[in-house]
Design a protein around this ligand. Structure first.
Ligand code: ZN
Length: 493
């Protein structure tokens, strides 16, 4: 048995000014991994491709690994980067194989294609019309019809924070192996509801998504080969942004259709619960100040408009500036992505006192905003290389890379200043900087939901702070021109 196993992941925020060249798909390198290096990097990790590798080994299959690339969310993918990765995958399939297992995101937009994953599947089908293709997708998939029509099996994450990447890989691959062994005939149905669930209301730890995902899991326990509800990624002005579902059964198309519709109806009926209400920043900071005194564990201040894992520039200073102005004490902030500031601190050296324009280096034309740096003074506490391995539960064992990084200590606030985008979802991101987040009174995190994976258990309270950024939680500031209409809540229903 010969398998092609590959990863090509990007969640595209079409409002983001952050470029997406090939290097963004690499960790600690300039090009994504290829060949045996993929196997070495991902075997034993809590990722979908990690599951593919283990299942292929167990089946005694011969596998080739044309590419593994995973970029932090940002603007549409550069055409050359897409061709580099898609070209390698299609070439490997064209050489002949019994099945293809793909670890994709599902919300990739490129400079040439609204549907990066559907385009990849179309190219694969041109060279291998019949080969079984199993696809693992992120819960933030924006499902275009081509994906549902051309894949053999699709399975999506059932958790947000995404702590079931490995299990999703197993759910996508198992039906493919059973098909190859002639033990089942996977039959897949997909569908949509015209709604854009708000990211701040999408966590599977809370209603209504908790109940929808629980029902999807139950469908699998009751015999469906895979059942997935996708909340979708709303910061993409493309026709199929929003929620969808895919269900795979063993040869029963009618049942797949009914189960798929059931998941979609659950979502549509709870559409009002998926709407988020914004609190003004000054009100949030006032609450933070009154909550902070006398606590043993930190209050988390979420800068959710500027999450790099949703395409944010990770350098807006509205929330951090508000924290500095409010005089909050004993704060750790993760992070401001500002390679220039890191260089300046490196030149000054550990222990030096510096005053520098921090953040605000990137303009955000989609919001009509210029970058607004803030002058900050402090001591350079630490300079580190910024490579670290996730401890989990999210992406356990996977290498992450914040680039050259420094800690700027203002006295009240220890600010992590980094050179590459990483979302703080793992305690290792703090450890590598020599910060113990549990001992802080406040943690400012540029994150929305994923921080709960590795840091949720240490938070005494959470305050959502409305700052600035291209993953704004105020959708009325985004200009949607291409998403299919009507779509709730942009249009009432
Ligand atoms: Zn996601």
């Amino acid at each position: 048995m010969r398998l092609v196993i590959a990863q090509m992941k990007h969640e595209t925020n079409t409002f983001s000014p952050v470029p997406t060249p090939l290097a963004r798909f690499a960790r600690g390198a300039t090009e994504p991994l290829e060949g045996g290096a993929v196997r070495e990097a991902f075997k034993g990790t809590g990722t979908a491709i990690g599951a593919f590798i283990e299942l292929a080994d167990k089946a005694g299959a011969e596998a080739v690994y044309p590419v593994a690339g995973n970029a932090a969310p940002s603007a549409p993918v550069d055409a050359a980067a897409y061709e580099w990765m898609a070209g390698r995958i299609v070439d490997a399939v064209a050489k002949g194989c019994d099945a293809v297992l793909l670890d994709l995101h599902g919300a990739m937009v490129t400079r040439a294609h609204d549907d990066g994953e559907g385009e990849l599947l179309e190219r694969i089908r041109r060279v291998a019309p019949e080969v079984p293709v199993g696809v693992a997708l992120d819960m933030h998939t924006n499902l275009f019809p081509a994906m549902g029509q051309l894949a053999t099996v699709i399975a999506g994450y059932q958790t947000y924070p995404h702590v079931d990447m490995y299990e999703t890989g197993v759910r996508a691959a198992r039906p493919i192996f059973s098909l190859l062994n002639r033990e089942s005939r996977p039959t897949m149905c997909f569908g949509h509801r015209p709604m854009l669930p708000h990211v701040m209301r999408q966590s599977s730890l809370d209603a209504p998504n908790r109940e929808i995902q629980a029902r999807a899991k139950q469908m699998e326990q009751q015999g469906a080969l895979a059942a997935s509800f996708f909340v979708g990624f709303p910061h993409a002005d493309i026709p199929y942004a929003g929620s969808s579902a895919v269900v795979v059964t063993d040869g029963d198309a009618g049942k797949a259709r009914a189960l798929c519709d059931e998941l979609l109806d659950m979502a549509w009926q709870s559409r009002k619960e998926f709407v988020y209400r914004v609190e003004p920043l000054q009100e949030s900071l006032r609450r933070a100040k009154s909550l902070g005194a006398g606590l043993l564990r930190p209050v988390v201040l979420l800068d959710h408009y500027d999450n790099c894992a949703s395409g944010g520039t990770m350098d807006t200073m509205a929330v951090l500036g508000g924290i500095l102005d409010a005089g909050l004490e004993d704060v750790a902030a993760f992070a401001v992505c500002d390679p220039q500031a890191v260089e300046q601190m490196k030149r000054a050296g550990v222990g030096a006192r510096v005053t520098l324009p921090l953040g605000g280096k990137m303009a955000m034309p989609a919001l009509g905003l210029k970058g607004r740096p803030r002058e900050v003074s402090g001591n350079v506490r630490r300079i580190v290389s910024g490579l670290y391995r996730n401890e989990g539960p999210m992406a356990r064992g996977e290498l992450d890379d914040m680039g050259l990084a420094a800690v700027l200590d203002t006295g009240n606030v220890e600010i992590a200043v980094i050179s590459r985008h990483v979302e703080p979802h793992d305690i290792a991101a703090f450890r590598v900087l020599g910060i113990d987040p549990q001992k802080k009174r406040y943690l400012m995190l540029k994150s929305r939901v994923h921080w709960r994976a590795g840091l949720g258990s240490i938070a005494r309270a959470v305050i959502e702070c409305a700052g600035e950024g291209v993953c704004t939680s105020d959708y009325s500031t985004l200009q949607f021109r291409r998403v299919r209409r009507p779509v709730y809540p942009l249009d009432p229903a």
